[in-house]
Design a protein around this ligand. Structure first.
Ligand SMILES: Nc1ncnc2c1ncn2[C@@H]1O[C@H](COP(=O)(O)OP(=O)(O)OP(=O)(O)O)[C@@H](O)[C@H]1O
Ligand SMILES: [Mg+2]
Length: 265
């Protein structure tokens, strides 16, 4: 049975999509069967893993998969071990659909009794086919995010070492607690990942330390710094990328820590 992990924080630009993409890459490289789910209408994870514009998946995305209650037909194979449930801008219509039953195509498809569990129930169809399901979320505490949290055993909280990212953490932690209570997966924080750390800035260093003082049991030891090859993954992807080794270097340490925590070692 798959273990589901969501990358989240309602603050934008904290490395959620980059981390979800890299994590799915490292997991499949390790021989795990992985499904990456894009729950952000920006479609950044979709573009990173498929190498195609998110608009290519119009009518063929995670939104239609949930509406048709048919995940399998919407899965896009990335390679032997990695599949993708893509997203595009229409995912922004998900809240209207789950509360009114009206789809963006003008159909009426009731979302069911529990709008917050739509994704969780849909993923049930494929959980036995994967070792891990990893989910990317938008920079908001929207229905897309709460659905992802309720569908997950674990959550990695993304912390870009800055003040506004710091102030986002308490409400996000509360949302994980709510998902634990409202959902069926025992949702819990797996850890806090410090990302995009600017090593030249003293305030970033201070926030690094502050978050470790506030959440000593949660922070991962690995700190991801700002590095051009990591940023350029959005440009070059994972295939035929001559600087892939440099892009993945720090993330390999995070991956090791994550697997240890998941396996309870
Ligand atoms: N460690 C890093 N070093 C340099 N650039 C990075 C790093 N991590 C991510 N980036 C770049 O920073 C930007 C934000 O990263 P990303 O899109 O992964 O964040 P996000 O949290 O998913 O954003 P959003 O909230 O908009 O979904 C992207 O352009 C990405 O390529
Ligand atoms: Mg993103």
């Amino acid at each position: 049975m798959a273990i589901t992990i969501t990358m989240g924080i309602q603050k934008g630009g904290c490395g959620k999509s980059t981390t979800t993409g890299i994590l799915s890459h490292l997991m499949q490289e390790d021989g795990y069967r992985v499904l990456a789910v894009d729950m952000d209408s920006q479609g950044n994870l979709t573009e990173l893993l498929s190498g195609q514009p998110a608009n290519e998946f119009m009518g063929k995305s995670v939104l239609e998969a949930m509406q048709q209650r048919d995940i399998k037909s919407y899965i896009v194979p990335v390679n032997d071990h990695l599949d993708l449930l893509p997203a595009n801008n229409f995912l922004a219509t998900m809240p209207r659909w789950i509360y009114t039953g009206r789809t963006y195509q003008g159909e009426t498809i009731p979302a069911g009794e529990k709008p917050i569990l739509v994704l969780d129930q849909a993923l049930e169809q494929v959980r036995d086919q994967y070792d891990f399901i990893v989910i990317d979320t938008p920079p908001s505490l929207s229905e897309q995010t709460t659905n992802a949290l309720c569908a997950s055993e674990y959550v990695v909280v993304m912390f870009e070492c800055s003040n506004w990212s710091y102030s986002a953490i308490p409400n996000f932690m509360d949302s994980v607690t709510s998902a634990n209570e409202l959902g069926n997966r025992g949702t819990q924080v797996l850890g806090i990942l410090r990302t995009m750390n600017d090593v030249r800035r003293s305030d970033a260093k201070a926030f690094n330390e502050l978050i470790a003082e506030d959440y000593p049991d949660e922070v991962f030891e690995t700190i991801i710094t700002r590095k051009a090859p990591i940023g350029r993954l959005s440009l070059y992807g994972f295939n035929e990328n001559t600087e892939l080794k440099q892009a993945l270097e720090q993330y390999r340490n995070f991956y090791k820590e994550l697997i240890q925590r998941v396996k309870g070692e």
